[in-house]
Ligand binder design. Structure first.
Ligand code: GAR
Length: 205
């Protein structure tokens, strides 16, 4: 399975994917920003990189069309959004239906969008976390593959809580890609993702 990872910045989730020893081929890491720190990390790890700068395109549709052309040029079977901070057009999302996943720093469906850690603290929730989900046109609302929860502590700041969540992001994103590569994730008609156990079927014993 050929995987393309899209980033906009630091790329720590991308790095976690690249270092996880997954049974996939990372075809490329693409950023919408030339200064994204993660690009150098990807190159150090021997993965090809590309920049498609949104400022070079007159409209979201024009940008997304170019981005799709570059992604398809790498023969991507799976697209992983890893801190790719752009809203994607419906056309782009539909083109990669069932082939594009995202990591989001909250327990969806709670706290879609930005500033999730500050909002979780402000809401007084006692559990927070992260979610890997398939991307659908509605923001942060696609079928959930895996989640991890962390406690919200009395003296947490957005940074301290965010660091606790990020540790879990680095754990569950590679897990989700592994399950998909193993063919264990099924998207059902009811809009949910089911993960099959990898235990041998009883009749195979
Ligand atoms: C991660 O926390 C990721 O969950 C979040 O951006 C950060 C990127 O960090 N993504 C979103 O908020 C998407 N809406 P990274 O570049 O170090 O992986």
């Amino acid at each position: 399975m050929r995987v393309v990872v899209l980033i906009s910045g630091r790329g720590s989730n991308m790095e976690a994917l690249l270092r996880a020893g997954l049974p996939v081929e990372f075809a490329a890491v693409i950023s919408n920003k030339a200064e994204a720190k993660g690009l150098a990390v990807a190159r150090e790890l021997g993965v090809e990189t590309a920049v498609v700068n949104h400022k070079d395109y007159p409209s979201r549709e024009a940008y997304d069309a170019k981005l799709a052309e570059v992604i398809d040029g790498y023969g991507a079977d799976l697209v992983c959004l890893a801190g790719f901070m752009r809203i994607l057009s419906d056309g782009f999302v539909n083109r990669y239906a069932g082939r594009m996943i995202n990591i989001h720093p909250s327990l969806l469906p709670a706290f879609t969008g930005l500033d999730t850690h500050a909002r979780a603290i402000a809401a007084g929730v006692k559990l927070h976390g992260c979610t890997v989900h398939y991307v659908t046109p509605e923001l942060d609302a696609g079928p959930i593959v895996v989640q991890a929860a962390v406690p919200v502590l009395e003296d947490d700041t957005p940074d301290s809580l965010g660091a606790r969540v990020l540790e879990q992001e680095h754990r569950i994103y590679p897990l989700a890609v592994r399950w998909i590569a193993e063919g264990r994730v099924e998207l059902s008609a009811d809009g949910r993702a089911r993960v099959r156990s990898n235990a041998p079927a009883a009749n195979a014993l």
